[in-house]
Design a protein around this ligand. Structure first.
Ligand SMILES: Nc1ncnc2c1ncn2[C@@H]1O[C@H](COP(=O)(O)OP(=O)(O)OP(=O)(O)O)[C@@H](O)[C@H]1O
Length: 275
């Protein structure tokens, strides 16, 4: 099994064009920990993740992987330890699925660029695990959003990372695949940092939750304690009710507007039809 990585983010600032996006964020993630990164749109989650996987160099502060500054570590060495699944994952759309998954081996390839038998079986196993083996010969361009997401996850697994970075990994996934993905990341035994929007899923799947707001880290801790009515009001501007299940995990009741008319949506349809 791959050795889980230790991640330490120290006082990271990033202000593209002078606009502060990350304002002194510090976060330590222990080897094997699964951390959920929460926060409203534009709070800085993707930016922080880009700093963590060496895509974006912070203006100030540092990111340490296994104790070494990632900007003083050769990119190829970082690529062997960190894999990222993001919304804008680079992919040649004409490549077929197996080729995309095989790209995960790029940091390990020798001068000839040939895959070993062991690597081929790793690729097969990752495709099976992410339920994309049946798509192996399909062009990436022809896949649905959820299928692409699972292919990108298989590519990341093939990389055998010690740190797996996931930016909204459940986006596009149906309910079963969301549950399976979050179950899978807990089983991998590697360090995971995942930006998530579904607070209930995040609380159920993560060891710890971290909340960003306007570029600041405003809360972190046990998922049973982090998601509160006060946090939802202050950070998300939503007056939701939070109850606790028997497992102590949060259950959200959202303040949706009442449906129009006594018959609800059916009445709306009737009104529209008679208009
Ligand atoms: N390269 C860039 N140049 C200028 N501004 C940027 C750049 N990248 C991100 N931003 C801005 O930084 C802010 C944070 O963006 P980021 O994508 O990190 O947020 P997020 O929390 O991931 O949001 P979402 O939940 O919508 O994905 C946004 O206002 C965004 O417009």
């Amino acid at each position: 099994m791959t050795e889980p990585a230790a991640l330490r983010i120290d006082d990271v600032h990033w202000a593209p064009g002078g606009k502060p996006v990350l304002r002194g964020v510090s976060l330590t993630v222990e080897p094997g920990e699964v951390v959920g990164l929460l926060g409203p749109n534009g709070s800085g989650k993707s930016s922080l993740l880009r700093c963590a996987y060496r895509r974006q160099r912070p203006d100030r502060g540092a990111v340490h992987l296994d104790g070494a500054d990632i900007w003083r570590t050769p990119a190829m060495r970082v690529a062997r330890r960190v894999a990222a699944v993001t919304q804008d994952a680079p992919a040649d759309l004409e490549n077929h699925v197996e080729q995309i998954v095989a790209l995960g081996r790029t940091p390990y390839l020798g001068a000839l660029g040939r895959l070993t038998a062991g690597e081929r079986s790793l690729i097969g196993a990752a495709m099976a695990r992410c339920e994309v083996a049946h798509l192996a010969g399909r062009s990436y361009a022809s896949l649905s959003g959820g299928e692409r997401q699972r292919v990108q996850l298989a590519r990341a697994l093939v990389q055998e990372p010690g740190l797996l970075i996931l930016d909204e990994p459940t986006n596009h996934l149906d309910l079963r695949h969301q549950v399976e993905l979050l179950g899978l990341i807990g089983e991998l035994g590697v360090t995971v940092v995942a930006a998530l929007h579904d607070l209930q899923l995040a609380a159920a799947a993560c060891d710890r939750l971290v909340v960003l707001h306007d570029g600041h880290l405003v809360a972190e801790g046990d998922p049973r304690e982090i998601v509160t009515e006060r946090l939802l009001a202050e950070v998300y501007g939503v007056a939701a009710e939070v109850s606790r299940g028997g497992d102590g995990l949060p259950r959200l009741s959202l303040p949706l507007p009442p449906k129009r008319g006594e018959g609800g949506r059916a009445a709306c349809r009737d009104e529209a039809a008679s208009a």
